[in-house]
Design a protein around this ligand. Structure first.
Ligand code: SF4
Length: 455
């Protein structure tokens, strides 16, 4: 389903759309307040962007350096060319330990690789331990936001879900009660887990260690209790040196949730005695994206979600309408690289206002890349007949000033004299939710000439 059609579904519940919009804007405002508290915020963004550009230009060197250092520390390093290989590697490690119960903290990479269904099909229980992720897992849905996976759910909906799956009492959506119950439920899973899977926020080339950020401490709890820790990372997650963590951690927390620092930023360097630590480094289309000059900067992304929180389209269409692991503006750049036909509507799900690029902590030129994809898509993907015809007609009108004047005059006349029921008919999707402004008699040129005469 194209983005616009899926968004229409989400838009049916106007109260929910308004609440979703407001909730995300609240996070955007928190981000602004925290960003403005730091002197040299723009300098930090520039620095982070330059560091990421350096990593991408020297990825081969940094990856090898990271692998060597990680191995020295006793971490097992695995390489996966694609999602299938990633899933097989993880499964192989679990099989070796006869691990049947897994706890997993938030990892967009494992979502991208569809690890949960793969392991479940192999009789392995996977429990997502991030509260938002657990909510969507119980609802059999995918995350709708990369930082706030259950942002599309109201607390009343969560209440009902917990009653059904965790046997809780009706609480009218009391967040404290629901969180306490989730905590009890998850604690039990942590204690029984055979292995823990986490994502990776930053992998440090000069130490071979990696950092995992959570606000709930769930990654740490899982990794410390289980005997086996598997960390899954996209190969672009590298940063050159330990000292650069200060740059990225400051940017990430403020951009993601408007916090000065994420509650738990845990630096894993080696396995505890008697335990095993694995890291799976995954390509899955990243090398291809790197080879696309216009889009390689999308690999700077540190998955903060700020571009989603600020995007007027995302806020009012919801993450699921993107039908992609990473929704929102950055997802609309990454997804067409994986399947251009399937995701061809996504770069059009933007006003190109540039707000996403303005907030991006690593200065990705998001709206420019969306515009680039549009240019490729109209050439390479068959467009709907109506759209093609209208665009062609608009192109020829806009190219000739006289035709433009004539069409403008006719349109003004028609709009003034046609009943609203026809103008806002079913064919006009714009008219479903809004009225056109009152049409003036003159165009700007006519108005200007009259004004000059009267002066
Ligand atoms: S593109 Fe930028 S703003 Fe969007 S999630 Fe990535 S780092 Fe954050």
């Amino acid at each position: 389903m194209a983005h616009a059609e899926a968004a229409t579904k989400f838009n049916k519940n106007e109260a929910k759309v308004n609440w979703h919009d407001k909730a995300l804007w609240f996070v955007r405002q928190k981000r602004d307040r925290q960003a403005h508290k730091i002197q040299g915020w723009e300098h930090l963004r520039d620095y982070a962007s330059a560091l990421k550009a350096n990593v991408l230009s020297n990825l081969d060197t940094y990856l090898i350096q990271f692998e060597e250092n990680a191995k020295k520390n006793g971490i097992n390093v695995h390489w996966a060319a694609n999602a299938e290989e990633h899933n097989k590697i993880v499964h192989g490690i679990l099989q070796k330990h006869n691990a049947k119960k897994i706890v997993k903290s938030k990892s967009m990479l494992t979502e991208e690789c569809h690890l949960n269904p793969y392991l479940e099909a192999n009789d392995i229980e996977v429990i997502d331990t991030d509260l938002g992720e657990r909510i969507v897992q119980l609802a059999k849905e995918s995350p709708s936001h990369i930082v706030l996976p259950a942002i599309h759910k109201t607390k009343e909906e969560v209440d009902e879900l917990f009653q059904e799956h965790l046997g809780t009492q009706p609480s009218g959506g009391n967040p404290e009660y629901l969180t306490r119950e989730a905590r009890k439920h998850l604690r039990n899973k942590f204690l029984k887990a055979d292995a823990a899977i986490t994502g990776v926020n930053f992998a440090v080339a000069d130490t071979g260690g990696f950092v995992v950020c959570t606000n709930e401490g769930n990654a740490d709890m899982g990794a410390h209790l289980a005997n086996v820790h598997i960390a899954c990372m996209g190969m672009e997650k590298l940063i050159p040196q330990e000292k650069h963590l200060g740059v990225f951690l400051r940017l990430l927390a403020r951009s993601a949730t408007g916090q000065p620092i994420t509650t738990y930023s845990s630096y894993f360097n080696k396995p505890e005695e008697g335990k095993e630590m694995h890291i799976v480094i995954v390509d899955n289309g990243r090398t291809e994206q790197l080879s696309r000059e216009d889009f390689r900067r999308s690999l700077h992304c540190i998955r903060c979600g700020a571009c989603m929180n600020t995007c007027p389209i995302y806020r009012r269409s919801g993450g699921h309408s993107y039908d992609a692991t990473i929704p929102g503006p950055i997802g609309s750049i990454l997804s067409p690289g994986k399947d251009l036909t399937k995701h061809s509507s996504l770069p059009f799900a933007s006003t190109l206002c540039g707000s996403c690029s303005d907030v991006c902590p690593v200065k990705i030129n998001i709206h420019e890349q969306l515009y680039k994809w549009r240019q490729i898509i109209v050439k390479d993907v068959p467009q709907p007949f109506v759209k093609k015809t209208v665009m062609k007609a608009a192109g020829s009108v806009l190219a000739k000033p006289k035709t433009y004047d004539f069409v403008g005059k006719t349109a003004r006349f028609m709009l003034k004299n046609t009943p609203k029921s026809i103008i806002n008919s079913k064919v006009n999707t714009w008219g479903h939710a809004r009225d056109l402004p009152e049409v003036k008699g003159d165009n700007f040129e006519e108005w200007y000439k009259k004004r000059q005469k009267n002066e």
